[in-house]
Design a protein around this ligand. Structure first.
Ligand code: SF4
Ligand code: SF4
Length: 365
């Protein structure tokens, strides 16, 4: 039996604007049924990196927040800190970036709670016993929330082909250490050109893996791959290896999505915006021209089905003029941009481990 995916296009008229459509989509997809009175409802967001404008508009989020409150829930907007040194690597920077991008209480009607705490140390260890991870370190606020509504911007991704629900909740709700573990089996390295030998990283390294003379050095036999030094170094001298091959990375992200959803049976819903489909991840401090025309908004309770529907809808479009790829309707836009990456791994593996079905029925709202 195919999974139901609810879809609204972006055509509007007076009395039926895009905010009305989002509210109706929420209702038709049955997302209110996931919420019991007094539930703490985590609304998983990407608040946008500074300089990147492809994030989901706060006004849409306000509509979702209002629906959650109407169902008796207590919504909060959430995300976890990043692995790289950007504008969201600790809770203070993250909240300030969210405010800069318009996610203030006055606009969205819900507080922002950074899910893994001030410096990314607040997590719950979730046993999963899968191929890559026996257990996962999931940001505590996401784990402890009663209900999860993942609000996702669907776009391309330089490491996984596309970035959708799995990227949003799997990578997004892992701690920094988890993100490092997903991204690479290789330890961070120090750039001696940038290192000023201040020693700050040695104070924070939990494994005593760093020594400093003229420059810092990491002992690979001691390093735990926690990623702590990458955030501690304010010179940006500690670099992450992003060399994990894409199929492994995709499977690891999906395993983390499994961990995030493990205690959310019947308590997780997904809303994906297929608009401003930029070629690369929203974590960059820029967003390039969208690769296809805006498509619409999807909702449902099966993350695999929603990802598959998003991919199919994007690939059914023609490329936009001046975009990073020039392909006709039906051609794979993400393979066209990120040539070496087969995005199918994340969908196939998600289906294999029981997260949902690639077979879906699109229901127009
Ligand atoms: S914190 Fe950065 S600059 Fe300071 S010693 Fe460590 S790597 Fe070098
Ligand atoms: S990743 Fe963690 S364990 Fe490895 S050197 Fe950096 S702080 Fe130390």
């Amino acid at each position: 039996m195919p999974a139901e995916v609810f879809f609204t296009d972006l055509r509007t008229k007076s009395g039926n604007n895009l905010l009305d459509k989002v509210g109706r989509l929420f209702d038709r997809a049955g997302l209110a049924d996931l919420i019991k009175p007094q539930d703490l409802v985590a609304v998983k967001m990407h608040f946008g990196e500074r300089g990147n404008l492809a994030f989901i508009r706060p006004q849409f989020v306000r509509k979702i927040v209002d629906r959650i409150r109407a169902a008796g829930g207590k919504p909060f907007l959430t995300d976890a800190g990043t692995l790289y040194v950007g504008s969201r690597a600790n809770a203070v920077d993250h909240i300030e970036t969210a405010l800069d991008n318009g996610f203030a209480y006055a606009t969205v009607g819900a507080p922002v709670v950074i899910a893994d705490g001030l410096k990314g140390h607040d997590y719950v260890t979730v046993p999963i016993g899968l191929k890559h991870f026996q257990e996962a370190r999931v940001a505590s606020a996401a784990c402890q929330a009663d209900t999860l509504i993942a609000v996702t911007h669907f776009k391309g991704h330089e490491a996984t082909g596309f970035g959708g629900v799995f990227k949003n909740i799997g990578m997004g709700l892992g701690t920094r250490a988890a993100k490092q573990a997903m991204h690479s089996d290789v330890i961070p390295v120090v750039d001696p050109e940038k290192c000023v030998a201040c020693g700050r990283c040695t104070e924070w390294c939990p494994a005593g893996a760093i020594t400093v003379d003229e420059t810092a050095r990491i002992d690979p036999s001691k390093c735990l791959g926690c990623g702590e030094c990458t955030i501690t170094c304010i010179e940006g001298a500690v670099e992450i290896s992003w060399k994990s091959d894409s199929s492994t990375l995709q499977e690891k992200i999906v395993e983390y999505a499994y961990a995030v959803l493990k205690n959310k049976k019947g308590k997780a819903g997904f809303i994906s915006f297929v608009v401003d489909v930029s070629p690369n991840c929203d974590c960059w401090n820029y967003n390039d021209v969208p690769i296809v025309p805006d498509v619409g908004i999807l909702a449902g309770t099966d993350p695999v089905a929603i990802e598959q529907a998003c991919i199919d809808l994007v690939n059914a479009q023609p490329s936009l003029p001046n975009a990073a790829v020039n392909l006709p309707p039906g051609a794979d836009k993400f393979r066209g941009i990120h040539h070496d990456i087969d995005w199918n791994y994340q969908l196939a593996y998600g289906e294999q481990i029981g997260l949902g079905s690639r077979s879906y029925k699109l229901i127009k709202v």
